[in-house]
Every structure is written in structure tokens, then in C-alpha cells.
Design a protein around this ligand. Structure first.
Ligand SMILES: [Zn+2]
Length: 169
């Protein structure tokens, strides 16, 4: 038992090192694993809740920017991604996933989310919503203008797609 404040001898330190598994990088049991859905949801809800608090935002935002070098980061959207979706969208989301059934980009059928093609979370018209898997959705946070063009254009030339004709007007 090590008393608080007592100095450890070099020998003790060495023993501790030997007896403790090296859990850096690939050796870490958490490596390449992610939080359970439950944990993710709890974290996400907590962040959303905190983000609604203006004083919290003003305290945290400068640090976030600094930490992620957000000023130069094309994925930084001024914290929009932390804003809560309108109620309308929450209802719509499940309908869109039922409509598309799989990720539009990679065809995966697991872990599906609904993407706003124009990145405007209040534009919840059917032709602005597209089902993607979480991993592809992460990709669309970069080069937003490029993805917007690609997905809009794709939908337009997606023959027989009635949402494309909605887009054409
Ligand atoms: Zn995908």
C-alpha cells in the first residue's frame, strides 16, 4: 500500500510498470472500439442540453475553436451541429429511413441517419433529405459544397426517382 505523498523508489516504479499492461494505442482494449449506442446517446443529449445554455456556449466555443483549429476548419459550422433538430424533422426522420432503407452512398443498412442535402436543418422537404450511414454522414461534414452538388445532382439524374422530379419542380 502506497501512502499518499510518499515517494516511490525507482524499483517500485519499475515493478508498477511491469505489472500494468501497456494499454497505449492498439494495445488499449478500447482501440478501434467505440462507445455503446447508449453511451453515445447520453453524451449527445448532454451536449445538446448544455449547448442550449448561451453562457455555456460562450464559455466553451472559443476553446472548441482553438482545440479543433476550427477557424480554418471547413467542417466547423459555428456549432450548428449541436443545435437541436426541429420537432418536425424528428418525426420525418423515420419515414425517410423507411423510404430509402439503406445508405445512399455505400448501401449499408446499419446505423442509418438522415442527411440534409443543403445542410439546412429547417429544410425538411422530402427532396432535401437522404438516408446515409453514420460513417458516410461523417464524410459529408467535409467539403460541404462538393457534397451538396454531388447529392443534388445525383438525385436529379437518379432516373425514376420521384424526389428528383420534386427537386426539378
Ligand atoms: Zn454509408
Amino acid at each position: 500500500m502506497v501512502r499518499k505523498g510518499s515517494k516511490l523508489s525507482a524499483e517500485t516504479k519499475r515493478k508498477i510498470k511491469e505489472n500494468h499492461a501497456d494499454i497505449r494505442g492498439e494495445k488499449n482494449p478500447f482501440y478501434h472500439k467505440s462507445h455503446s449506442k447508449d453511451t453515445k446517446l447520453r453524451i449527445s443529449n448532454k451536449v445538446k442540453e448544455l449547448w442550449k445554455d448561451k453562457s455555456y456556449r460562450s464559455r466553451v466555443e472559443p476553446h472548441l475553436r482553438k482545440y479543433h483549429h476550427m477557424e480554418d476548419n471547413p467542417a466547423w459550422d459555428g456549432g450548428k451541429s449541436f443545435e437541436t433538430y426541429p420537432k418536425e424533422f424528428k418525426i420525418k426522420r423515420s419515414n425517410i429511413i423507411k423510404r430509402d432503407k439503406k445508405c445512399y452512398i455505400c448501401n449499408d443498412t446499419k446505423d442509418l441517419v438522415v442527411h440534409h442535402i443543403d445542410y439546412n436543418k429547417s429544410n425538411n422537404s422530402d427532396c432535401n433529405l437522404l438516408t446515409l450511414c453514420r460513417s458516410c454522414h461523417g464524410r459529408t461534414n467535409w467539403n460541404k459544397q462538393k457534397w451538396k452538388r454531388i447529392l443534388e445532382l445525383d438525385l436529379l439524374i437518379w432516373k425514376g426517382n420521384k424526389y428528383a422530379s420534386d427537386l426539378l419542380g
